[in-house]
Write a protein that binds this ligand. Structure first.
Ligand code: ZN
Length: 210
């Protein structure tokens, strides 16, 4: 029922006010999140809920299969605003096992416009065809492709002019690749990031380890 959503909203706002009377006044005046989250649109992977972050603590961009298309004005606008105005410290690209986008990219069927969107996943699969073919179990194969795709998006993000320029100017900013397990509710760091928090800090605005 749609009316339930409004009822829950009223209860939630009231509970927040009880807990911290200044909560909404403070948030309405300013947001200063430390994190930018680039995740999948999947309803089972809500950034705030799985990380325990409150409103105001994470800036979020989501699309199917958490992809970084270099010509995506939506993502690039979010990225530039997050880096230059909000001055986030960490950018997290978070995919998840069991991703329908990854599955759709590989099932050989025609799905429509989404097939164009998912092309970067197939590119990653083509580049890693040998490694993927060695895995017999289709679920494990998809898990590996999911991880490889996240790593490729971290790489892609790190090569954008927005991040290169930020690093060149000495901004403290790191990019991370994480994967979330739908079956256990846990996040894992794929250790493929770059930036100040990683050994591969790209001094020349270049990230070579993803
Ligand atoms: Zn997904």
């Amino acid at each position: 029922m749609l009316s339930d959503l409004f009822d829950h909203n009223v209860q939630w706002a009231e509970a927040k006010r009880q807990e911290d009377p200044e909560f909404f006044n403070r948030l309405a005046a300013l947001q200063s999140p430390e994190y930018l989250w680039i995740g999948c649109s999947d309803s089972r992977v809500p950034a705030n809920v799985i990380t325990g972050l409150q409103p105001g603590e994470v800036f979020v961009h989501r699309n199917v299969a958490n992809l970084v298309h270099r010509g995506d004005l939506n993502l690039l606008s979010v990225l530039e605003f997050a880096v230059e105005t909000l001055e986030v410290r960490h950018i997290i690209v978070c995919g998840h096992y069991g991703c329908g986008g990854i599955r759709a990219a590989m099932d050989g069927h025609r799905h429509g416009i989404i097939d164009h969107w998912l092309q970067p996943v197939r590119d990653v699969a083509d580049r890693n065809a040998g490694r993927l073919a060695e895995i017999g179990d289709p679920e494990k194969q998809q898990d590996l492709l999911c991880e490889l795709t996240i790593k490729a998006q971290v790489e892609s993000l790190s090569r954008t002019p927005i991040l290169r320029s930020a690093w060149k100017r000495g901004k403290f900013l790191s990019v991370h690749g994480w994967v979330y397990g739908l079956k256990d509710g846990l996040l894992r760091d794929l250790d493929c990031g770059c930036g100040e928090a990683h050994s591969a800090f790209p001094e020349a605005g270049d990230c070579g380890n993803a």
